[in-house]
Design a protein around this ligand. Structure first.
Ligand code: 4AD
Ligand code: MG
Length: 462
């Protein structure tokens, strides 16, 4: 049999030929002489129309009753239909029901709310919207690998189970083999992780960065791409507790090199998706965000903006806009500020750099002013932050000083400090949230709708 992607892509080659296709019924309507079935096998965004006639097939009555989502085998002739909406159809000579569907199939032909679709995460990939979303997600993932591999980056698998909290935000999911109802305790009454499987407190990773740094100082250019976990209790449309992060790390490189890499990567991903999923992108442009294609076209053809945190704060203050959370130098920029900067002031993707050290992680390189660090966040219209990155503190004395200020125990980071002792050249990197860039490219509004099986607070059906 022929897969529908092949048939759509090379239709002319099959014109007037008899072929066999398989797929699931999307719609079925008939009179007493003939009927039309749209089938889709998932290999291509668009369905194929099957025309069946009482004179031509011997099980007409059975096929006329075939329910949505039953699986069919169709033998028939490809007929070009240049005047019709779809470029071709298949005139059936034989139709066989390979698997029945029940009448209570939840995805009947009508519009369903996104909330309803989340309740049927096992069926929603069969809908147009989610078929488009998850093919684009797959393409984005592949484009990321291709971008880095074509540029000779080494892909490194960093641990999922880890003993270090990279971001220092205390948002880790603990894992332990101890009996937590009655855990062993130290003399001071603290839980004694010495008896745990790993002999210490361990969690699911919040970032592979620290481990990626060890490989960057061996291979120069590396990246990670893997699942990431955060127990932040935020019920927002941009946060999930399990998401995927891409973290390149480059040696002999500073903040400027880091931003250049990020900008080239984002543009590459967008171009790749536009080229490889034109039907899906057309669909998003029509149903999710009017003007999406124009927006993406602008992004790949213009330079991203640059502004320092200090300038950004000034711009926000001068804007006269009343924010819910008042703007002062030193605050962590909130989503409302980020979106105002990128949507109203700059109107394009925007790097904000050099944040106050107090609101950033311990590993970021301290600037000359002793107040800010060499950080860069990439903000984009519609979504906000999609990338967080920085140049790393490579100076051992400055790093240990900063760790002391933050009460971090050098013993826990001995290997990280070793990197600074043995040829610890300047280096930089960033983390891109996979779901955030998928939201950005598709115009979808909620992170739950770009994750195949979203893990958010109080939801884990699968
Ligand atoms: O800004 P973050 O916290 O940076 C880091 O973790 C660094 N260690 C990265 C690095 O320099 N190697 O996270 C990076 C990105 C964010 O910009 C965001 O896109 C995504 O990860 N992200 C989340 N995405 C979905 N749900 C969450 N809860 C996320 N938290 C972060
Ligand atoms: Mg961040």
């Amino acid at each position: 049999d022929i897969q529908l992607r092949e048939l759509h892509r090379n239709t002319a080659q099959y014109a007037d030929k008899e072929i066999v296709v398989r797929g699931w019924v999307r719609t079925n309507r008939s009179s007493n002489k003939f009927g039309f079935i749209e089938i889709n096998d998932g290999t291509f965004f668009k369905s194929v129309q099957i025309v069946y006639e009482a004179d031509k097939i011997d099980n007409f009555d059975q096929i006329a009753k075939a329910l949505i989502s039953s699986a069919l085998m169709v033998r028939g002739t490809v007929t070009l239909t240049p005047e019709a909406k779809q470029p071709f159809e298949i005139k059936a000579a034989e139709v066989v029901i390979e698997a029945d569907s029940a009448a209570d199939y939840p995805l009947q032909k009508k519009r369903h709310s996104m909330e309803f679709m989340r309740e049927i995460a096992h069926l929603r990939p069969r809908s147009n919207t989610f078929s488009a979303v998850f093919r684009v997600r797959s393409l984005v993932s592949y484009a990321i690998h291709k971008f880095f591999q074509d540029n000779d980056f080494v892909y490194v698998h960093t641990p999922i189970v880890t003993g270090s909290d990279c971001e220092g935000a205390g948002e880790m999911f603990r894992i332990t083999t101890l009996d937590m109802e009655n855990p062993p305790r130290t003399e001071e009454g603290k839980i004694d992780y010495g008896e745990d499987f790993f002999g210490k407190e361990t969690s699911l990773t919040v970032s592979g960065q620290l481990e990626a740094e060890t490989f960057a100082l061996a291979f120069r250019n590396v990246y990670t791409f893997g699942p990431t976990f955060r127990a932040e209790n935020s019920y927002t449309a941009r946060h999930a507790s399990e998401f995927w992060m891409i973290e390149p790390e480059i040696a002999f490189a500073d903040l400027e090199d880091n931003m250049e890499l990020a900008e080239a990567m984002v543009k590459y991903i967008i171009n790749y998706v536009l080229e490889h999923a034109p039907e899906e992108m057309e669909f998003f442009n029509k149903f999710m965000e009017k003007g999406l294609l124009e927006r993406l076209d602008n992004i790949v053809n213009s330079d991203f903006g640059r502004v320092t945190y200090t300038e950004a704060v000034e711009l926000l203050k001068k804007s006269g806009k009343e924010f819910q959370y008042p703007v002062e130098w030193g605050i962590d920029l909130q989503t409302e500020h980020e979106r105002y900067l990128t949507e109203e002031i700059f109107k394009k993707p925007l790097f904000v750099t050099d944040y106050p050290k107090e609101i950033k992680a311990f590993y970021m390189r301290l600037n000359e002013d002793n107040k800010t660090v060499a950080a860069c966040d990439l903000l984009v219209p519609g979504v906000g932050e999609i990338i967080g990155g920085s140049q790393r503190e490579e100076r051992l004395d400055v790093l240990t000083q900063r760790m002391a200020e933050l009460d971090l125990d050098e013993k826990d980071y001995w290997w990280y400090l070793d990197l600074r002792k043995y040829g610890g050249v300047k280096h930089a990197g960033y983390g891109l949230g996979l779901e955030r860039i998928v939201l950005y490219i598709t115009g979808m509004g909620n992170i739950r709708d770009v994750l195949p099986f979203p893990r958010t607070p109080k939801t884990a059906e699968f």
